[in-house]
Design a protein around this ligand. Structure first.
Ligand code: T3D
Length: 259
């Protein structure tokens, strides 16, 4: 099986790279299987504290590989979502570790969804975000119609989904979708700066932060206050909390162990 995804683990950081550059890293079956496997390794490996997702070549991910689709055949596209895309988005979303997406170029269709499912997005200045679905008569999938209105507002989301217009990295930054825009030459070093910072951080706190922020939009304030109470109770029992307070009192940087 060709290596359509690479996984490199170093210093508590797992770098996962989509590796079908000739196809702008569009998804075929192998890439789905290998990405899932790489993510699972990153999630399960106790030494890994942060995951980075990026693409090889000039594209991040162009969504579904359309050369795998024959217009003469009637597919049940719901099946491929059910089998490949939805489990992938759920896996990323439920990952207890921070996932940073380093968008190294154009992203389209489910490729944008993949970035949106991550916790932090850093883009190179030539990156583009294209809701390509409607251009081929489809609807946003892999969470696009869920993430996008939350990230940039309903009306901008509808505009982009209906027109399929390309959103530049700079506009994505202005819309609040992207955390930082950098030159391609510094994309990985800037991403690693954030990853290293997070890799030294309180892992249990990060897991709870992610979960609380994910639940916020569907919770009432009352329910969410209860959730924060419960999560603070858990965080307050970690060694990292004790270390954090101790370090503050001693006026030194904390040494978090993730426990
Ligand atoms: O089917 C299901 O299972 C349902 C699930 C659907 C999920 C989806 O993601 S649907 C959306 C699918 N994606 C698209 O519609 C995007 C198609 N690609 C493009 O619109 C453009 O390629 C881009 C805007 C992304 C980039 O344009 P550009 O001009 O920078 O590059 P290019 O020349 O179009 O592409 C470069 C190469 O990548 C080219 O191959 P070649 O000519 O050099 O041999 C092109 O065919 C290939 N490529 C790009 N995207 C795809 C692709 N090949 C297959 N599938 C692609 N999605």
């Amino acid at each position: 099986m060709p290596q359509t995804v690479t996984l490199h683990i170093q210093d508590a950081i797992a770098i996962i790279t989509l590796n079908r550059p000739d196809k702008l890293n569009a998804f075929n079956k192998q890439q789905h299987i290998q990405l899932k496997s790489a993510l699972e390794k990153g999630i399960q490996d106790r030494a890994v504290r942060v995951i980075i997702l990026t693409g090889a070549g000039r594209g991040f991910c162009a969504g579904q590989d359309l050369s795998d689709r024959n217009p003469a055949i009637e597919y049940d596209l719901g099946d491929t979502l059910e089998k490949y895309y939805n489990p992938l988005i759920r896996l990323i979303r439920r990952c207890p570790k921070p996932i940073i997406c380093a968008v190294n170029g154009v992203s389209a269709g489910a490729g944008v969804s993949l970035a949106l499912a991550c916790d932090i997005i850093i883009a190179c200045d030539t990156a583009k975000f294209i809701q390509a679905f409607s251009k081929i008569g489809l609807v946003p999938d892999s969470g696009a119609s869920w993430f996008l209105p939350r990230a940039i507002g309903e009306h901008r989301a509808k505009y982009l989904a209906m027109t399929g217009d390309s959103l530049s990295a700079n506009d994505a930054y202005l819309y609040g979708l992207v955390h930082q825009v950098v030159g391609i030459d510094t994309l990985m070093s800037e991403t690693l700066k954030i990853a290293k910072k997070l890799a030294r951080g309180p892992a249990v706190s990060y897991k709870l932060i992610k979960d609380a922020i994910h639940q916020a939009p569907t919770n009432t304030l009352d329910r969410h206050l209860d959730l924060e109470r419960d999560y603070q109770r858990m965080a307050g029992k970690t060694r990292d909390y004790k270390e954090g307070v101790q370090a503050f009192m001693e006026n030194r940087p904390p040494h978090f162990t993730g426990k």
